[in-house]
Write a protein that binds this ligand. Sequence first.
Ligand code: CTP
Length: 399
Amino acid sequence: MNGKRILLGVSGGIAAYKVIELVRMLRQAGSRIDVVMTAAAEQFVTPLTFETLTRQPVRRDVFQQWTEAEAGHVTLAEKADIMVIAPATANTLAKLAHGLADDMLTVSALACPSPVLVAPAMDHHMYLNSATQANLETLRSRGIHVVGPDQGELASGIIGQGRLVAPDHLFGSIRSILGQSGPLAGKHVVVSAGATREPLDPIRFISNRSSGRMGYAIAQALVDAGARTSLISAATHLDPPVGATVEQVESAADMHKAVTEAATDADALIMSAAVGDYAAREVSAEKVKKDDDDLTIELTRTVDILATTERPGLIKIGFAAETANLTEYAKAKLVSKGVQLLIANDARQAMGSDDNQAFFFRPGHEPEELPLMSKHDLARRIVDELVRLVEIRSTGEGN
Ligand code: CTP
């Protein structure tokens, strides 16, 4: 998002105040935001609010005096990496669907060569009206991204569909659209995250301390790089990145099934999940009651998902979470798992932390020690490696 130019069109709905938060998030991410407002939008939020937050003048008038640098009424649209119209009222959607251009917002939308995202927000009945539905269908068929609206309490007090999607969801949608032209565009990557739970009875399970943060950060970095991203997630409450397809699973067996299905057309598999190596041989249908004796639970091996998932050309990346003899174990796993990249780390340092100090192990190379960095930075490094592996694979295919 850093350095991206976002043209934000605000039309006249009460939800206009919510995009102030979106502007703040975009600014924090390092984007430049130019705002165009309709006259109706100014009834809800003043241009000064946006000018203060964006440090750019708000454009409202097609016929204003343009400086030489600004060149004219379509320049902002032409320079934008994406145009976001939020909130998009029923009236604005109707104008967009018919190609009308009678104010700065609609002129900009028509003149914008980059992706356009609309986030509808209006009264429930206005949204469900067949005119609005037809207009949205028209916009979708022209490649406009329609995000929302959500269900919930509306300004009128009724509960219905018509709420502007939350600012963080809008932010995620913008991020995912901007990523679509990234180096992994057209590639499908499966990434697993979290800790599997191996049930003992209806209320007890065996699990581990993995938080899922590393896998979720990788999923976000994959979306940013334009990959079609399937996130297979076990036991975490993290918010998945907008743009990824998420499947929640419980046990190692569930994860094995989900990964196998998702990987049928995948270019790469990244196993970041801490998968249980053992599951109870028998899962009690009823709660196990205690008595005076010790309890022995018989455990049986689970399938090694990373080692056994195969398809021609599949790039495999794995992790090794160790507490001792890291190099020795990591080198062995590099071979036994059949991976092109193994990320090894000290499990005690990494689990539950926001940071990770890792080593990259590649077949035929000395390990590379990486500095301590955030899991988001490490995720970007891993995705950079994947881009390189994809390039090597396509060069190999070409030979
Ligand atoms: N993994 C897997 N399926 C399993 C166990 C692990 O796909 N049943 C994957 C993990 O997601 C990780 C890699 O294998 O990418 C290594 O996991 P790790 O827990 O470090 O090693 P294990 O293979 O479980 O071996 P050990 O527990 O003996 O260290």
